[in-house]
Ligand binder design. Structure first.
Ligand code: ADP
Ligand code: MG
Length: 326
């Protein structure tokens, strides 16, 4: 049975960056304003995330690594979350099947922090009290120690680290009020954004001044189609090192090939060959219109009125781009 669970977990967590994405989302769900990530050996030796969020209550330590259970299920926002992304509760459970997982956490109410270790979905022993600040530290060590084949299929640690770096830059740009720090275990910080920054400032920190000053901000609202789109794109004169396109839907980093293709097509029309745009989109949809059956491994999202919404977004962005150029 452990073998079956491990195979299923390996489907959810295919490489270090998948684990980190889930952990970052958990920290953001817990309303953290400061998220610090430490990586060793591309995330295979160590992947640690420390936040200053709401924390985990002592009595919840028992269940947080069981599949499909979460402590927060009774709260309204979780009903919303279920409506948006499907009810999952699989991330910590999955990680515990393919790595050594340790969690330290303190809530506002508790007088001390608690630390616990997990193996194959189960708490080992009892949570140990210790001193600590409010928030959570999740330590994932020796990822895929029990999955030799999976481990061999991975890229080099530096390539895995690059995927992690790219992921953190996207979350940092999307969540500028949250301070992010990413560092390799040995070196100093490789990425740091301050608390209470803004989108453009974070783009500047990550990509440099040229791109940040060439950004066009936009906000499109459509009441009929029930969507709201904000974001930043570079104008047609600007060329980025490589094509950057990233999309958040209801604050989750997702893929939507249809939308991406339509936006690619606009830039192909107006941009000189070999010029690369930067496109960051944050789309808010009525959560009841987003496909609830998104599996953690499937980042592709489907939503109601997809074709009409894409059409409407593409038209508006094309106008923006042309307007900025004249
Ligand atoms: P889900 O996020 O879908 O509920 P996870 O396995 O990712 O499932 O997390 C399980 C539960 O553990 C969460 O619902 C939450 O209650 C708790 N949790 C995980 N990470 C954190 C964190 N950083 N801060 C506070 N609570 C957390
Ligand atoms: Mg989660």
């Amino acid at each position: 049975n452990d073998v079956i669970n491990r195979i299923a977990a390996g489907e959810v967590i295919q490489r270090p960056v998948n684990a980190l994405k889930e952990l970052i989302e958990n920290s953001l769900d817990a309303k953290s304003t400061n998220i610090q990530i430490t990586i060793k050996n591309g995330g295979l030796k160590l992947l640690q995330i420390q936040d200053n969020g709401t924390g985990i209550r002592k009595e919840d330590f028992e269940i947080i690594c069981e599949r499909f259970t979460t402590s927060k299920l009774t709260e309204f926002e979780d009903l919303q979350k279920i409506a948006t992304f499907g009810f999952r509760g699989e991330a910590l459970a999955s990680i515990s099947h393919v790595a050594h997982l340790s969690i330290t956490s303190k809530t506002k109410m508790d007088i001390c922090a608690y630390q616990a270790e997990y193996n194959d979905g189960k708490l080992k022993g009892q949570p140990k009290p210790l001193a600590g600040n409010q928030g959570t530290v999740i330590t994932v060590e020796d990822l895929f120690y029990n999955m030799t084949v999976r481990k061999q299929a991975l890229r080099t640690p530096s390539e895995e680290y690059q995927k992690i770096y790219d992921l953190v830059t996207k979350y940092a740009i999307h969540n500028p009020t949250v301070g992010f720090a990413l560092k390799k275990h040995t070196s100093s910080n490789d990425l740091r954004t301050p608390i209470n920054s803004n989108h453009i400032e974070n783009v500047r920190l990550i990509y440099g001044n040229t791109i940040a000053s060439g950004l066009i901000e936009f906000h499109i609202e459509n009441k009929d189609l029930e969507f709201n789109l904000k974001g930043y794109i570079t104008n047609v004169n600007y060329s980025h090192k490589k094509y950057q396109f990233f999309l958040f839907i209801n604050n989750r980093l997702v893929d939507c090939q249809g939308l991406k293709k339509s936006i690619d097509a606009i830039y192909q029309t107006y941009l000189p060959k070999n010029n690369h745009p930067f496109v960051y989109l944050s789309l808010e949809l009525n959560s009841y219109n987003v496909d609830v059956n998104v599996h953690p491994t499937k980042h592709e999202v489907n939503f109601l009125n997809e074709a009409e919404i894409i059409e409407s977004i593409t038209t508006a962005l094309e106008e923006k781009l042309l307007g900025s150029n004249s």
